[in-house]
Design a protein around this ligand. Structure first.
Ligand SMILES: [Mn+2]
Length: 354
């Protein structure tokens, strides 16, 4: 297995690539969506989501260019690292794919273009989260060991999602007021099937894997909208929608462990056995939705070493990245949190190899 680091858009700098390399990572997962533009997020922060979400989505008419993607890959490589994946589409590029709106077909074409460009740029994985409300409804506080700031959930979150929003961002600031009408779970599954049907052939041809994140937080409904993968068995339904090798999982141990059903070790075994993991979010947690706290990697309910043993036994050879992590009390809270997680993971992988 390989050790990677995820970096938000504003962190895609030479210095942070060096930081990743110095902390023992060999791979980078890059976010190209600016989650914090015009919103309430803070630099270096893991956004929690509020009424208007993280902020404004990008420009619907401005797709990531081949040049932009290639420049990013070269920048990562010049620091001695490999660019493994892009994580998350911009809501501006696919809101009507999620909402089944009038621009759906045009936006599916946009996504095909993006996947082809990833392939041309030599980026092998595209992580996505097929979610209407996105990451919403979490709380933040000194929840982790020693009072480290972390996120969690304190019960259901039912504030309706307003029109002009999707995926916890605003794609149309001029949308009429009022809540977005609720989809049904079956409608949402059909939209996912349409997405996979359109995208997987293109992804296969481009040599790119699509990798689906489970719902974060994993609850059946949030902000009046249904969720897809909020119990472990729904991942199987997602895989069974398309047998394509391009239909893979962005396998988030934390979100899976937060689910009310299932046993995390059986879940890891079931899915890694099928050889369909795109990459892994390696995160620990205490509690289950809708009442849980994200913890330090060594301090939650999950025996992370046992997870690694199962992944190894089933032949998983891909990338693991720390997911969000509690922030350490110091001048560089995010970096210290990541360095802590990376050091733990590197040691765990050494033990595993020994
Ligand atoms: Mn995750």
């Amino acid at each position: 297995m390989k050790l990677g680091l995820g970096l938000y858009r504003h962190m895609l700098t030479r210095e942070n690539f060096q930081f990743a390399r110095q902390a023992g990572a060999t791979h980078i997962v890059a976010h190209l969506v600016d989650y914090f533009k015009g919103g309430e997020g803070q630099a270096g922060d893991q956004p929690t989501g509020t009424d208007r979400g993280w902020g404004l989505a990008g420009d619907p008419n401005q797709l990531w260019s081949l040049e932009e993607l290639t420049t990013l890959r070269r920048g990562v490589e010049s620091a001695g690292l490999t660019l493994e994946a892009i994580e998350n589409f911009d809501p501006a590029h696919w809101y009507d794919v999620l909402l089944d709106g009038p621009k759906k077909q045009a936006q599916l074409e946009n996504l095909k273009t993006l996947i082809r460009r990833l392939g041309q740029a030599g980026i092998p994985v595209m992580g996505y989260n097929f979610s209407l409300a996105g990451v919403a409804g979490r709380v933040r506080g000194p929840f982790a060991r020693g009072g480290a700031e972390s996120v969690g959930m304190d019960g259901p979150y039912d504030l309706p999602m307003t029109r002009g929003m999707v995926w916890n961002m605003v794609y149309d600031p001029a949308a009429p007021a009022g809540p977005e009408p609720s989809a049904t779970p079956e409608q949402l599954w059909q939209r996912l099937a349409d997405f996979l049907g359109a995208l997987t052939p293109v992804a296969e041809e481009a040599g790119v894997k699509l990798a689906a994140h489970p719902d974060d937080p994993p609850v059946p409904f949030i902000r009046g909208q249904p969720r897809l993968v909020y119990q472990p068995h729904y991942y199987q339904r997602l895989l069974d929608l398309s047998p394509s090798p391009a239909n893979t999982l962005e396998f988030c141990i934390g979100s899976l462990a937060e689910m009310t059903e299932g046993n995390i070790y059986e879940t890891v075994d079931t899915y890694s056995r099928q050889g369909r993991l795109g990459y892994v979010h390696f995160r620990n947690v205490h509690g289950r939705a809708p009442h849980y706290r994200e913890t330090f990697i060594d301090d939650g309910d999950v025996d992370m070493m046992r997870v690694l043993h199962i992944l190894k036994r089933n032949g998983y050879d891909g990338v693991l990245i720390p997911d969000h992590t509690p922030q350490l009390a110091c001048a560089a809270p995010w970096h210290a949190g990541m360095a802590y997680a990376l050091g733990y993971m590197r040691a765990a992988l050494k033990v595993l190899e020994a």
